[in-house]
Design a protein around this ligand. Structure first.
Ligand code: NAP
Length: 265
C-alpha cells in the first residue's frame, strides 16, 4: 500500500506529520504523493477538503483517512495522539476491505463560453456580493419557485454539518444519497415568496438554478470562489463518483454531531 500525506502548516500538525512518517516507515508502508492508495490528511476538516480537491481526479483509486490535530472532526476520525492505532489498523485491517463511500455533489455551470463541471465534497453556493440575487429554481426539470435573496446553497450529506447547517439546513446522515437546498437570506413578503425551508431531493432528481442577471452571480465550491463570469445556469445532482473513507475506527456519525454541537456526552 502507498500513502500520501496532505497537511496544514500548523506547528502541531508538522510535529504529527513527522511522527506519522516514522510510524509508516516502521511498518514498511511506502509514501507516494503522486499515485497513492490512501491519502491521510493531517489538520482539520478543511485540510481533508483540500486533500479531496488535490486527488479528486483519482477517486476510483484513492481512499481517505483524516487525522485531526484539534478536536474530533467530521472527516477526521483519528486524533494526533491515536496515530499508532491508525498505522497498526492499516497493517492489520486492509484499506480495500474497510471502506465506506459517501455521496459527492456534481455541479455543471453553463456560461456563454460553454459548460464546466465541478465536484464538491461539502457544498456549492451561488450568491451575489451586492444587491439581491434573483433566480429561478427548478427541481427535476420542473419550475419550482422564483427566489430573491442573498443566494442558495446545495450541500451533500457530509456537508450538512458545515455551511448548510449554519443556513438552517438539517443534519443528514452521510449514508443517505440526497442533496439539500438551503436559502441564504431569502426575501419573503407580500410581493416575493419562496418555500422558506430547506429542501432535500432524491437521488434521481436534480436542481437547476437560473440567475436572472447572469454576469453578477458568484459560485463558491467548498469555500473556494470559482472564477467564472456570466453564469447562465447551474445544474446540481449527486455525482457518479463518491469519496471513500477508511472505515476502521470510524466514529458513529451521531457521536460526532453531539461532540461538535452539543458536547454533553
Ligand atoms: P474553513 O475556515 O476551512 O472552515 C470553517 C469551519 O467549518 C471549520 O471549523 C471547519 O472545521 C468546519 N467544517 C468544514 N467542513 C465541515 C463539515 N463537513 N462539517 C462540519 N464542519 C466542517 O472555511 P473555508 O475554507 O472558507 O470553507 C471550507 C468549508 O467550511 C466550506 O465548505 C463550508 O462548508 C464551511 N464554512 C462554513 C461557514 C459557516 O458555517 N458560516 C462559513 C465558512 C465556511 P476544521 O476546523 O476542522 O477545519
Amino acid at each position: 500500500m502507498k500513502v500520501a500525506i496532505v497537511h496544514n502548516d500548523r506547528v502541531t500538525t508538522q510535529v504529527a506529520v513527522r511522527h506519522l512518517q516514522v510510524l509508516l516507515a516502521e511498518k514498511g508502508i511506502l509514501q507516494d504523493q503522486q499515485h497513492p492508495d490512501l491519502v491521510i490528511s493531517v489538520g482539520g476538516d478543511g485540510t481533508l477538503i483540500s486533500a479531496f480537491h488535490k486527488y479528486k481526479q483519482q477517486l476510483d483509486k484513492v481512499c481517505f483517512a483524516g487525522i485531526h490535530t484539534g478536536h474530533l472532526g467530521f472527516y477526521t476520525d483519528w486524533r494526533n495522539y491515536d496515530m499508532e492505532k491508525l498505522v497498526d489498523a492499516l497493517a492489520s485491517h486492509p484499506v480495500e476491505e474497510n471502506e465506506v463511500g459517501y455521496p459527492l455533489l456534481d455541479m455543471k455551470v453553463t456560461t456563454s463560453c460553454g459548460e464546466k463541471r465541478f465536484l464538491a465534497l461539502n457544498e456549492a453556493s451561488i450568491k451575489r456580493i451586492s444587491k439581491t440575487m434573483e433566480a429561478e429554481v427548478w427541481l427535476g426539470g420542473e419550475r419550482f419557485e422564483n427566489f430573491r435573496g442573498d443566494g442558495l446553497c446545495v450541500s451533500t450529506p457530509t456537508g450538512s454539518t458545515a455551511y448548510s447547517k449554519s443556513l438552517g439546513g438539517a443534519v443528514i446522515h452521510p449514508r443517505l444519497k440526497a442533496l439539500q437546498l438551503t436559502e441564504i437570506a431569502s426575501i419573503n413578503n407580500l410581493v416575493f415568496r419562496t418555500v422558506g425551508s430547506p429542501i432535500v431531493i432524491a437521488p434521481d432528481e436534480w436542481i437547476t438554478i437560473v440567475p436572472k442577471i447572469s454576469d453578477r452571480a458568484v459560485v463558491i465550491v467548498d469555500g473556494e470562489r470559482i472564477s467564472l463570469t456570466d453564469v447562465q445556469k447551474v445544474d446540481y445532482k449527486i455525482a457518479a463518483e463518491e469519496i471513500r473513507f477508511y472505515q476502521y475506527g470510524h466514529h458513529h456519525f451521531w457521536e460526532r454531531v453531539n461532540d461538535a454541537f452539543i458536547g454533553d456526552r
